[in-house]
Each structure stands twice: as C-alpha cells, then as structure tokens.
Design a protein around this ligand. Structure first.
Ligand code: GLN
Ligand code: ZN
Length: 772
C-alpha cells in the first residue's frame, strides 16, 4: 500500500513569474480583467497538474492567492474597513488589490493608505495584516474564489480520469485573529525599504480584543466548511502556524474551544503547524477534536525524537502528517534521514501516517529546470516542483517499498579559526577622535546610501549582462552615475556623501556575487509580497572574500569630493537572513561569522584607502529571530557578535554607521545598543516617532540619525514636517549625538523628488543649527 502524500501549499507566481507580469500589466490598465484572470488560471492549472504528475495522493488547493492568502481570506470573510469607502462596489478580485496597494487601479476610488504588511513568521514572505474593527462583522462573506478553485481542481483531476481527494487550505481561526490587527485609528502602510524586502508591522498577542472576535468568526468557518463538504471536498487543512510560538495561556486555551465548534465531517479537518516544533502547545494540538494534525520536523533539533514524542501523545484514531521535505530549503531531502524517521513512524501509525512537505512550498523558487547548474551542484538542489516528487518518494520510503538513496547534500562547513573579535575603544573616545578627523557641523546631514535607480542605470546593466556593452563601457556608465550623485549632493550641501549604489541590483545579491560560497540562480524567484519577488543567493559552502568588493567605486567617489564619502556595505546578519542557507543554528552561526570576516576585510581595505566612514547596513537584524523564546538569547548574542566582528578592524577614528529600516525596537534595544555602531540611522517618520521612545533615558548611548522623512511618501516633505522629528529627538538624545537623514535609501524614488526633499532637509537643518 502507498501512504497518503501531500503538500501544504505551492508558489503561485508561476515558473516564469507569469502571475507577477499579468497582474502588473492589469494594474497599469494594459490588460483586461478576463485576460489577467486567464493568465492566473494557467498558473493555477499548472499547480494542480504538477501535483498529479508527481504522484501526490491528496491534491491541495485553495492556497492560490492572487496577492496574499491571509488577505484573500479576510476579503472572503467580508472584512472591509470603513476607510476604504466605496470598496464594496468592487468585486473581491479588485477589492483585494485596493486593500493591498491602497490604490484602486480601476480609478473609481480614492487613494488611501494600504493595509499594513509584515513578515510571515521567520520567513522573508510578507502577509497583509487584516485590518479588523473592534466590533468586526463577518457576515458579508463571499467564498466564490475558494469555491472556484475547488471546482477547477476537481475538473483537472477528473479530466485525467483520476480520483485523488481534494484538500483545501485555509488559515485557521486562531492564527487568523492572532495575525490580524484591530485598528484604533488609521495606520500607515509599511511598504518596505529601497531594498525591496518589506518592513515589519507590530502584530502582538496582548490584544484581548482579537480573541473576543472568535465567537463571531467561528460561524463563518462553520458555514464555509459545511459548503466545502457539500462540494465533495474531503479534507480541509487549517493552518495554525501560531502553534509554533510560545503562546500566552488564553490563546492556547482558545484552541480547544474554537475547534469544538468546528468539528464536523465531511470535510475532515487537519490542523497544520509548521516552521518549528509544537513545543508547549503539543498537548493542546494533538487533542483537538479534528481528524489529524501536521507537524514540520524539518526545523526540529532532533526530528526523529520530535515525531516520536508527538506520536506518544497522539490519540489512537488520529492521523499524523509528518512534514519531512523542507519547504524552505533548496537542497534535496536527505533520504536516509527521512526514511529513518518515517519508517519508525509507520511502524506505529500504519496508514494513519501521512507524508508531506514541512511547510508550504511558497518559500521556494518554482522550478530548477530553468537553471544551469555548476557540476558541483548536480543532483543536490530541489526547488518547489522537484520537492513534489520528493514528497511522493518519501511516502514510499516510509513503508519500505523502496530503499533510501544516499542523497545527503548537507554542506560541510569549516568554522573560522578565530572567535569573533571586537573593536578597540569606547564610543565616547572613538566619537571624539572621529569628530576631530571629520570636522563636521552640528547635526550632520547624510543619506542612507542609494540614489535613484533610473531606467538608464538598469538598461546599462542589462546591456552589460547581455554583452551588448563591454566592461569598460559599463564602468564608464556607472562612474557617470556616481559623478552625478556626488554633484547633486555637493549642490545640496549635504555633509557626508554616498556614491549612490548605482552598480548594485540588490544589497545582498551584489555582495553574494563577489564572495565565494554563494551560488546565484538565474530564475530562482520567490514571492516577497504581492507581485514583488526576490532571488535569494544560495549558500553552497564556506564563505570568503577573494577580493575587494566596493573599494574601487568608493575610492572613485571620494576622489570627486573633499567631503567625507561613506563606504557602503551590507552586514553579515542581513546577508545571511536574505539568502538560502542551512536552518540549524550551529551552521548559521558559522556562516554569519564567515560573512562577518569578509565584511571585516572590506572595512579594512576601505579604511586603508582613506575612507573615514563606513556604513554596514543591517535592515534584517531582527528578522532571523527564532520563533521560540528559549532560542532567542543565543540568536541575539551571535548576531551582535557577528556585527561587531565585521567592524572590529576599524580604527578608533574610522566612523562605523549602521542602518535599520524598521520601527519595533522596544524588545531589542539592548541588542541594538550592544552592536555599538558609532551612528545608527533608523526609520522614524513613518512610525509616528514611537520609535524614538525606545531611545529615551539611558537606553542608547551612541549617535542616532532618526529618519526625518518617509521616502515612500509620494509627496515632498516640507522643512516643517521634518523639523518635527528633530524637535522630538532632541528631547531624548543630546544634540551632539544627532544626525539628519531620510528614513531609508532613495533607490525607488525619482531624481526630481529626491532633490526637492533633500533640499528641504538641508535647509531645515541649517535653521535648526541656529538654535544651538
Ligand atoms: N544602503 C541601502 C540603500 O540605501 C540600505 C537599504 C536598506 O536598508 N533596506 O538602499
Ligand atoms: Zn532602510
């Protein structure tokens, strides 16, 4: 017999990013709704077909969101915040885009701030935070999109003469509420920074108002489940990823209550946890009144033991789906290890064992077939499509029908010989020496690094990549851009200049390209949010820096001005977090430090070349934080150590800046302080100055550049708007330690608006200086 095999979800961008291109065309008004939906339908059909081709027994659907699954579900549940006046006139297809983008592309409704988005647990995917009202009403439901997927999937299965049961994916009621926010007043949208990776919003559990909505939302689930049952759907997977968090008691307790109300058949329910172990929630999860639960063993410290523990507690009639194929790793599954876990589980569970992917495959690039692999990687990588076959294969391993191949492709790492180093000197001494060397005015002005990435820059790069222009021509083009950036900054009267990052596509990819130990795919796109995709570098071995990465550009830029030119690097924590790398803490610690060493060498070369200020960006500093509280202290310690190592070579009079773009520091200020950068530039304008609050009192001793304007805002900020930030900042931070800068890099803006905003920033600064 063959065991049940399934996945938790699949990418919806398409193997050639078809969905992205179709939607962007639609939003620009260059494609009809019918054509757009047909393009999306083709990707949907493929997703179902690929599951069948791979031989999976249960076919998964319902996860094909056009922007984001949480958003789709909120819209289906009738969520329609009052401030989106007129949105009820749009069908749910258009309405979801209005909420997500704050813009009605049909042109009927006014622009407004979009829904907030934030990171989906510890992944680099961003979901849309449902904007609920304290008295949220869920009566205006529209399940048509879900039902259509069911009907379409059934048709594809039937057309093949197959009879695979269907499983529909929904976000479970507790996770849905936990991940929502209850709006008290209008909140700004976090569209993310110039980096193309989104930013984080504040979503927390200490909001009883959310749990109070449980009784209102359960009938909606009950209604939906009943209708799915009538349509012949055998299974519904209710995703409850919050089961991997250390949940407050009342949230834990709410699970039993909620699922008691949903218990019914058909369809049978399977509650899915992923991204970490069930931890303290294990007992609650296994005893829920449902047909089965799913666990992700790919992130467990001892997978076999974890599975055994869950089986020990599992009531005897229940199904256990074990996720052995890592939904977040681009490496092939270790068949020997998988078989070891699965055969043991099969012995105890028999047919009650299902075999699955750990999490949704959403977090993986779609198809390895579009890549040209170096020979060392042959047979070692698997993207989403390849993982489908792996899941089917693992189901056969479990029963012993086939024997495992030795496919272990774990990369072997050699830790650095030395431990992490720290920089000499205290901040006060360093800052005094730096001031002497730099001779800057009070409240020095600077920018975060990038200047507009114009079409002209993109064209030069694409011509160069295609071989249309040679290296020398490309270098000339980039140098011309640097010259322009320097000239504009000089004209504006900015104090500390940047070269503008014209030569960089992406702040991580640029460095990964230069370092040994990374492989860059050609088509390995992964959805970051909406139609935004990223192509994370893949760690394939020990990381090192064979040669300087930024020195020539920086030195050239410095040669054009007498003002100090900031060297611009991406930090080790961010480079690791935005790459595909092993998920275990030990490997990550080794890699982070290897990257830190590479950055350290770059700092050294920049400083030897006469560069007096180096900025090491760490926008993802907080993102790698493990889900379980017990693992967090170790992460912070290692992340701080890696950052400090990266700048440990800096002389006392070399000034180290860092930059972060997010606004929730309240839980990690001590760690940010411990990084001990001389100057930190941070996002403040958008978060309504809440952020500065964290820096109050004795919280932070080094210099700070609170972003004085939101680079995402389409309108030019006035000098007055910006002064508000400074007026507030001086209450908390001595003026001698304040810097003036925008919120983030300017690469997504145009030159005209950039110059207008920076001119106001400089004139505001000059006026404020008079006061001190
Ligand atoms: N130096 C980068 C830039 O200006 C920083 C981007 C970021 O932190 N996200 O684009
Ligand atoms: Zn930023």
């Amino acid at each position: 017999m063959t065991l049940t095999s399934h996945i938790l979800g699949y990418p919806r961008i398409g193997d050639k990013r078809q969905s992205k291109f179709a939607l962007e065309k639609y939003w620009k008004g260059k494609a009809s709704k019918a054509d757009t939906q047909a393009a999306l339908q083709a990707v949907f059909d493929d997703n179902i077909a690929e599951q069948l081709n791979a031989g999976l027994s249960v076919i998964t659907t319902g996860d094909f969101a056009h922007y984001d699954l949480v958003l789709t579900q909120a819209v289906a549940f009738g969520v329609l915040p009052k401030r989106f006046a007129g949105a009820e006139k749009l069908d749910t297809f258009d309405r979801q885009f209005y909420f997500a983008r704050g813009r009605d592309h049909t042109g009927q409704l006014a622009d407004t701030a979009a829904w907030q988005m934030t990171k989906w647990f510890d992944t680099n995917y961003h979901y849309l935070v449902p904007e609920l009202d304290k008295n949220q009403d869920f009566s205006n439901t529209d399940f048509s999109q879900i039902f259509k997927q069911v009907a379409d999937a059934k048709a594809i299965i039937a057309k093949r003469g197959a009879q695979n049961p269907l499983k529909v994916v929904l976000v479970g009621p507790l996770s849905f509420l936990y991940l929502s926010s209850i709006k008290t007043n209008e909140q700004a949208h976090s569209a993310g920074c110039g980096c193309g990776h989104g930013a984080s919003a504040d979503v927390s559990a200490n909001d009883d108002d959310k749990l109070a909505l449980l009784d209102k939302i359960l009938p909606v689930y009950a209604d939906l489940l009943a209708q799915l049952g009538e349509q012949g759907v055998e299974w519904v997977q209710l995703d409850e990823p919050i089961l991997s968090l250390d949940l407050p008691n009342h949230w834990q307790q709410a699970f039993e209550r909620a699922y008691n109300g949903l218990q019914r058949t058909p369809p049978k329910l399977i509650v899915a946890s992923y991204f970490d172990t069930l931890g303290n929630n294990c007992n609650v999860a296994v005893n829920l009144p449902v047909s089965g639960i799913h666990i992700d063993i790919t992130r467990a410290k001892s997978p076999k033991q974890y599975a055994a523990q869950v089986i020990d507690q599992l009531p005897t009639h229940k199904i256990l789906s074990i996720g052995v194929v890592d939904g977040r790793s681009v490496w092939t599954t270790d068949q020997v290890a998988a078989s070891d876990v699965l055969t043991a589980a099969y012995e105890r569970l028999g047919e009650r064992l299902w075999v699955g992917s750990g999490s949704s495959l959403l977090h993986l690039p779609v198809d390895l077939a579009h890549e040209t692999l170096p020979s060392a990687l042959h047979g070692k990588l698997a993207f989403a499509k390849q993982k489908l076959s792996e899941v089917a294969l693992c189901a056969r391993l479990a029963t012993g029908e086939i024997a495992p191949d030795d496919t272990a492709s774990q990369i072997k790492l050699t830790p650095l010989a030395d431990t992490a180093k720290v920089r000499a000197g205290e901040f006060a001494e360093r800052y005094a020496k730096q001031n002497e060397r730099l001779n800057l005015p009070l409240l020095p002005t600077t920018t975060i690094g990038s200047f507009p990435q114009t079409d002209q820059i993109r064209k030069a790069r694409s011509d160069w990549n295609k071989g249309v222009i040679d290296d020398a021509a490309y270098e000339r083009a980039m140098k011309a851009e640097i010259q322009k950036a320097v000239d504009e900054q000089e004209k504006l009267g900015i104090d500390v200049l940047v070269h503008g990052e014209a030569e960089r596509t992406d702040m991580v990819e640029y460095f990964a390209k230069y370092m040994d130990g990374f492989w860059l795919s050609a088509n390995g796109w992964v959805q970051s949010y909406g139609t935004r995709c990223v192509r994370p570098p893949i760690v394939v071995g020990d990381i090192s820096r064979p040669k300087a990465m930024t020195v020539d550009w920086t030195v050239y830029a410095q040669s054009l001005t007498d003002k100090p030119m900031k060297g611009m690097l991406t930090g080790p924590v961010t480079i690791l977090n935005w790459s595909f790398a092993p998920s275990d803490a030990a490997s990550r610690d080794v890699l982070r430090l290897q990257i830190a060493e590479a950055i350290n060498q770059e700092v050294s070369d920049l400083q030897d070349a006469g560069i007096a200020i180096v900025q090491i960006d760490e926008p993802a500093f907080r993102e790698g934080l493990p889900l379980k509280t017990a693992d967090q202290a170790h992460y912070w310690q290692q992340a701080v150590a890696a950052f400090k190592h990266s700048c440990s070579i800096a002389h006392k009079d070399t000034q180290i800046h860092t930059h972060m773009c997010y606004s929730s520091f309240h839980d990690c200020l001590a760690h940010i302080s411990a990084m001990d950068a001389d100057v930190i530039t941070i996002e403040t304008a958008r978060s309504g100055l809440q952020l500065l609050d964290a820096f109050k009192g004795n919280g932070y001793h080094n210099a700070i550049g609170p972003g004085v304007y939101d680079i995402h805002s389409p309108r030019t900020p006035s000098a007055n708007d910006m002064q508000v930030v400074i007026d507030e900042a001086v209450k908390y931070v001595p003026v001698e330690r304040l810097w003036i800068n925008p919120d983030c890099g300017l690469k997504t803006r145009g030159w005209e608006e950039t110059i207008a905003a920076l001119a106001n920033m400089v004139s505001m600064t000059k006026a404020v200086r008079q006061l001190y």
